[in-house]
Design a protein around this ligand. Structure first.
Ligand code: ADP
Length: 473
C-alpha cells in the first residue's frame, strides 16, 4: 500500500502519475493517469505496466543523476493508441526502491507517432520485399526485428528468432566468428562476417553478413542493422575454381615433368633403333649381311621398349580421363584376379603371395585391380637374389577409411628415395638389373588420389618394403 502522505500529495498533481513498488508492480495511479490511460475502475495492480516500458524511441536509461526517459506508444482500453513521454524516478519508501512514473501526452506527438508509424510501415514493406535478409537489434544488441526474407530462409517464427534465438541456427563450427568481432560490436563499429546458417530444409548455407550501427538523434547507440546474403553458390564456385586451378597446376607440373623425362626415356630406345638400323643399312649396302639377325633383334628390342613405354604412358594419362564411375568393389575378389594375372611371375619366382581379410570399398574396380597388381608385381620383381619373394597384402580399419598394405621381403628402398619413386619415369635401378618403365608407381599414386586417398612407402634396405595406401569407406 502506498503511504497516505504520498497519496494525498499525488492526488493534487495535474500530471499523470503511476507509482510502483520495489517489484515494479503498480500500487497507485492518480486521477489524471487513470484518465490518460483509460484504466479507470478496478485494481491498479492489474495495470499492464510492461506496455509503457516497451521502449520505442529516445531512450535514456536512469542513472544517479538522471531520471530514466523514453517515448512509447500505448494502447488504451478503448483501442486508441496514444504516444506518451515517460519519465521514471526513484521513490524511497521504507528503505525500498519504489518508482514514480510520470506520463505526459502531447497531441503534437501524435503527428510524430503517425509519421513514425508510416515510415516504419514503409520500411517494413520495403525490407520484406527485398531478397536480402535484414535484421535489427536494440541498444542492448538483442535482435527484435527480422524481415520476411530472413524468416522465409530459416523457416522459423519471429518469436523464435528474436533476442538471441537466431543464434541456434548458426553452424556450431562458426559461432566463433561472433566472438572474433566482439570488440567491433562493443564499440559500435561496422563489421562483416561469414558464417553458415541453417536453412528451413536443414541445409547449412554460407551467409555474408554486414552489420551497421544505428545512432539515435541524440547521438546515442540505437542498435545494429544487419543485411545478410546467401553466398553459398559463389563460395562453391570459388572452391571449384581453386580445385580446378590446383588440378591445372598439377597437370602442368606433370606435363613439364613428362616433357623432361620423355626426351630422355623415349629417346634412348629410339637412338638405339636408329643406330642399329643405320648399321643394318650400311651392312646391306656393303653386302656384308652376316650378323644382321642380331642387329635386328636389338632394333626390335628398342621398338618393344618404346611400345611398353607408350602403353604405360597411355594408362597413366587415362587414370583421370577414362575412369569408370565408382561402385562397391570387393578387394578379396580383386586380389584373386591380381594373383591370377601374375600367375606366370609367381610360378617363375616361386613367390608366396597371400592376403588377409579384405574389405569392400567404393571405387573403380579396373583401377583398383591395376593398383594392387602394380604393387604386388613390384613386390615380387624387386626381390633379393636367392630369396623367395614373400608378399602379404592386408587391410586395417581406420574408422573413416581403410589402410591397405602390400608388404614384401625384397631389396628395400633407401628412405631418401621414398617420394621420388612415385614420380613418373623415376627408377632406382638399371634396366639390366630390374626391367620396367618407371611408370607403375606414378599410375598407383594417380589412382589412389582419384579415390581420395594417399600412398606412401616404409622400408628397410635389404629387408623389404611395405607400400601403404588409404581409401575412404
Ligand atoms: P618400374 O617398376 O617400372 O621401375 P615403378 O614406378 O613401379 O616403376 O617403380 C619405381 C621404382 O621404385 C622402381 O624402379 C624401384 O626402384 C622402386 N620400387 C618400386 N617398388 C619397389 C619394391 N617393392 N621394392 C623395392 N623397390 C621398389
Amino acid at each position: 500500500m502506498i503511504p497516505e502522505q504520498f497519496k494525498t500529495f499525488f492526488d493534487t498533481y495535474t500530471e499523470a502519475v503511476l507509482v510502483t513498488d520495489d517489484a515494479d508492480a503498480p500500487v497507485y495511479m492518480n486521477a489524471p493517469c487513470r484518465e490518460l490511460t483509460g484504466f479507470n475502475g478496478g485494481n491498479v495492480a492489474a495495470f499492464p505496466i510492461a506496455d509503457i516500458s516497451k521502449v520505442k524511441v529516445n531512450y535514456t536509461p536512469a542513472n544517479d543523476k538522471k531520471n530514466g526517459r523514453w517515448e512509447c506508444s500505448y494502447k488504451r482500453a478503448n483501442g486508441n493508441e496514444l504516444w506518451f513521454k515517460v519519465s521514471v524516478s526513484p521513490l524511497p519508501v521504507d528503505g525500498k526502491n519504489w518508482k514514480i512514473y510520470t506520463l505526459s501526452y502531447n497531441p503534437a506527438h501524435e503527428q510524430l507517432r503517425e509519421t513514425l508509424q508510416l515510415s516504419e510501415s514503409r520500411f517494413t514493406s520495403l525490407a520484406d520485399e527485398t531478397p536480402v535478409m535484414i535484421w535489427m537489434t536494440d541498444h542492448t544488441n538483442l535482435t527484435y526485428y527480422f524481415n520476411k526474407s530472413w524468416l522465409d530462409f530459416t523457416g522459423r517464427k519471429l518469436e523464435e528468432e528474436v533476442g538471441t534465438g537466431w543464434f541456434q541456427g548458426v553452424h556450431p563450427d562458426d559461432t566463433q566468428v561472433f566472438n572474433d568481432i566482439g570488440h567491433l560490436l562493443r564499440n559500435n563499429i561496422n563489421y562483416s562476417v561469414e558464417y553458415r546458417l541453417k536453412r528451413h530444409d536443414g541445409q547449412y548455407r554460407y551467409i555474408l553478413e554486414i552489420g551497421t550501427p544505428r545512432f539515435l538523434p541524440d547521438g546515442s547507440f540505437g542498435g545494429y542493422m544487419g543485411s545478410c546474403l546467401d553466398i553459398t553458390e559463389m563460395k562453391m564456385a570459388q572452391v571449384e575454381l581453386a580445385a580446378q586451378t590446383k588440378e591445372l597446376q598439377r597437370s602442368n607440373e606433370e606435363l613439364e615433368q613428362f616433357a623432361y623425362v620423355a626426351s630422355h626415356d623415349l629417346q634412348e630406345p629410339l637412338r638405339m633403333i636408329s643406330s642399329y638400323v643405320q648399321l643394318i643399312s650400311k651392312r646391306i649396302e656393303s653386302g656384308k649381311t652376316e650378323g644382321l639377325g642380331e642387329y635386328m633383334q636389338f632394333a626390335i628390342g628398342g621398338v618393344n621398349r618404346i611400345q611398353a613405354l607408350i602403353n604405360d604412358l597411355l594408362q597413366y594419362s587415362r587414370v583421370n580421363r577414362k575412369g569408370n564411375p565408382f561402385a562397391p568393389v570387393d578387394l578379396n575378389e580383386v586380389m584373386k584376379i591380381v594373383t591370377a594375372h601374375l600367375m606366370n611371375r609367381i610360378s617363375e619366382t616361386g613367390a608366396k603371395v597371400t592376403f588377409g581379410e579384405m574389405p569392400i570399398v567404393n571405387g573403380d574396380s579396373f583401377q583398383l585391380i591395376r593398383l594392387l597388381q602394380n604393387l604386388t608385381e613390384n613386390a615380387i620383381k624387386f626381390k633379393v637374389p636367392d630369396r623367395t619373394p614373400e608378399v602379404h597384402v592386408f587391410a586395417e580399419d581406420r574408422g573413416d577409411y581403410w589402410k591397405i598394405a602390400v608388404k614384401d621381403n625384397g631389396i628395400g628402398i633407401d628412405d631418401k628415395f621414398y617420394s621420388r619413386i612415385f614420380v613418373i619415369f623415376q627408377r632406382l635401378h638399371a634396366r639390366e638389373d630390374y626391367e620396367g618403365t618407371g611408370i607403375g608407381l606414378a599410375v598407383c599414386k594417380k589412382i589412389v588420389e582419384r579415390h581420395g586417398g594417399e600412398i606412401w612407402v616404409e622400408s628397410k634396405t635389404g629387408e623389404g618394403s611395405t607400400f601403404f595406401f588409404t581409401i575412404k569407406k
